[in-house]
Design a protein. Structure first.
Length: 184
């Protein structure tokens, strides 16, 4: 099993990505408790100490190579988070993708691409699974750009499977669009 080093950082497409640490608790709470962002995620207690405790437990999963939680910044400003979790064999789940409404156009999309690139190219994983709330139409539209297979649906969620080859075929156009938006 390939693991990321505790000091993992990456600069790509104008964004900086690093692993979450305890000092990120307030920022993560800001994202998770924002009423415009938390419509489609599990509710979070607004207690910083609880978030720090969660991060400490997460760091154990990170150490074991079964979960990686990233902070993304652009021009030195932190804008959002994304996560790889339930890593097993060559499979993983991508999610917890939350970005400030004030994020420059393209930042969140590029971060989603980078997260998948870390999974596929750095960790050598192959199958990405995601469950998305059906009401979260904008995220579903974005995810469908990568031509996933619909595994199933229930009353609340749509369950998707992304293949590495299809992701690599589809990502270039979106990268070009997003990088163009950021360079304006």
């Amino acid at each position: 099993m390939i693991k990321l080093p505790p000091d993992f950082e990456l600069d790509r497409y104008g964004l900086h990505v690093r692993l979450v640490n305890e000092n990120d608790a307030k920022f993560i709470l800001k994202l998770r408790t924002d009423p415009t962002l938390n419509k489609y995620i599990h509710k979070t207690d607004e207690d910083v100490a609880s978030q720090v405790a969660w991060i400490r437990k997460y760091k154990l999963r990170e150490r074991d190579g079964i979960e990686f939680y990233f902070i993304f910044s652009y021009n030195g400003v932190e804008y959002g988070v994304d996560r790889l979790y339930k890593i097993h064999n060559k499979d993983f789940v991508s999610g917890s993708w939350l970005f400030l409404p004030s994020s420059p156009v393209g930042v969140s999309a590029l971060a989603g691409i980078i997260t998948k690139e870390i999974a596929y190219d750095v960790l050598n994983l192959e199958n990405d699974f995601a469950d998305i709330r059906k009401q979260n139409k904008s995220v579903i539209r974005y995810m469908m750009m990568f031509k996933p297979s619909i595994i199933r649906e229930d009353a609340e969620n749509i369950y998707l499977h992304f293949e590495k080859s299809k992701f690599n075929e589809c990502k270039k156009t979106l990268i070009d669009i997003c990088e163009g938006s950021l360079s304006k």
